[in-house]
Write a protein that binds this ligand. Structure first.
Ligand SMILES: Nc1ncnc2c1ncn2[C@@H]1O[C@H](COP(=O)(O)OP(=O)(O)OP(=O)(O)O)[C@@H](O)[C@H]1O
Ligand SMILES: [Mg+2]
Length: 380
């Protein structure tokens, strides 16, 4: 039934995708004319339950650029999975449209949906592997279902297993694999149909930090070398910072904010984003926090000042400048400097004995934001 014919169409498209641009690369500033892979246009979702209806998504309008890694974040229950699952119509949007590579997913017939889903792979938090089947059996399954000839299946399974770093493991059963290896099988299975889009719902949440890193590297590789667009849900903000080009923050089913990851992370505007990013903030060192007074009680106390900067083309705070502007008494207590997608951002805590008002106005020229957190004794 047309299955093989469709498969061979997608093979040639895939070959075309693989061949060019390992450089599609930087992920920094996508070509403004870049095509849209997924367009959410006023998407709403209402679940009808025995206890009434749950309005899980409201008026979601945002585009996912082709070839990008797009993060979906938000508190538990914000609607992330609901949104992701409208892309392959595991959930149907009850309002608005979801357009994937130009196709309104609602317009797909049942047969059309089967073919469409081969182009949209999905990776799950708990891997969803069949324990009675080997690695080969799990990865080959979508191709067997699609009626692909055995020889081609062998070839394609071997290819994806090599890609995810599992060559030699094809005869192992899932129970013999580590969590990271299981997720590699899950990713191989999602890739074996040569999809154009990969949906990942908490793909690394069941893994330890080191394995998480290796899976992220793999996803990044897949995105860069195969040009596959990835939509990724995670609770780990360091994951988003690491690999997402763009991010949307959901709050109670609506968009709190959306944009380039470096912009959102360096200047979170919405309370929901600030709360999500809190764990990435260094905070005030405990011993200093314990001694922090809200008012200057006598002149031996120094002001504890927080400077933050991000985006704006600022490359950091020049120490020479700091000493020149504030004077030699300035003391750095803590400093975190990092880069997201090539943009520097950071936060510095320092103490100064300079007069409050003078100090703050001076600092403002050095960073995007300056504020006095309190006062500590001279001996910090
Ligand atoms: N099948 C369903 N039937 C009824 N309500 C649902 C269903 N799926 C999700 N919901 C509700 O819709 C809202 C959004 O759920 P969703 O699973 O999309 O959130 P989430 O952001 O993925 O949360 P988490 O981070 O906990 O996975 C929640 O209030 C949830 O209870
Ligand atoms: Mg979820």
């Amino acid at each position: 039934m047309g299955g093989n014919e469709l498969t061979s169409v997608s093979v040639s498209r895939f070959d075309h995708i693989v061949a060019p641009s390992p450089e599609s690369g930087e992920g920094l500033s996508p070509n403004p004319a870049r095509a849209i892979a997924v367009s959410f246009d006023g998407v709403g979702k209402t679940y009808d339950t025995n206890n009434g209806s749950v309005h899980a998504l409201k008026g979601i309008t945002v585009d996912v650029a082709q070839g990008s890694i797009f993060g979906i974040i938000g508190r538990s229950g914000a609607g992330k999975s609901s949104l992701l699952r409208t892309v392959n119509r595991l959930e149907t949007a009850t309002e608005g449209r979801v357009v994937v590579n130009g196709v309104d997913v609602r317009s797909l017939s049942d047969d059309g949906l089967v073919t469409f889903r081969r182009k949209v792979g999905m990776v799950f938090q708990h891997f969803n592997l069949l324990s009675a089947k080997t690695v080969w059996g799990n990865v080959a399954l979508p191709l067997i279902v699609a009626g692909v000839p055995k020889l081609e299946i062998d070839e394609r399974v071997a290819d994806v297993l090599r890609l995810v770093g599992l060559e030699g493991k094809q005869d192992a059963y899932p129970s013999r694999l580590s969590g990271g290896q299981k997720q590699r099988v899950g990713i191989a299975r999602a890739l074996v149909n040569r999809p154009e889009i990969l949906l990942c719902d908490e793909a690394t949440s069941a893994l330890d930090p080191e394995t998480t890193l290796s899976i992220l590297e793999l996803l990044k590789d897949i995105n860069r070398s195969l040009g596959i667009t990835i939509l990724l849900i995670t609770h780990e903000m360091s994951v988003v910072r690491e690999i997402c080009d763009d991010v949307v923050v959901l709050e109670s089913g609506q968009i709190a904010e959306a944009g380039k990851t470096w912009e959102i992370f360096s200047k979170p505007a919405h309370a929901a984003t600030k709360a999500l990013l809190k764990p990435l903030e260094p905070g005030i060192p405990r011993d200093i926090a314990d001694r922090l007074a809200s008012q200057r009680e006598h002149f031996h106390q120094r002001a504890l000042v927080e400077l933050t900067y991000g985006g704006n083309g600022r490359e950091g705070i020049k120490l020479q400048e700091l000493a020149r502007v504030v004077g030699p008494s300035v003391q750095i207590v803590q400093s975190v400097v990092d880069r997201i997608q090539g943009h520097a951002y950071g936060r510095m805590l320092l103490t100064t004995d300079a007069d409050d008002r003078v100090a703050l106005s001076r600092f403002e020229g050095l960073a995007d934001n300056a504020r006095i957190l309190g006062y500590v004794r001279d001996d910090v």
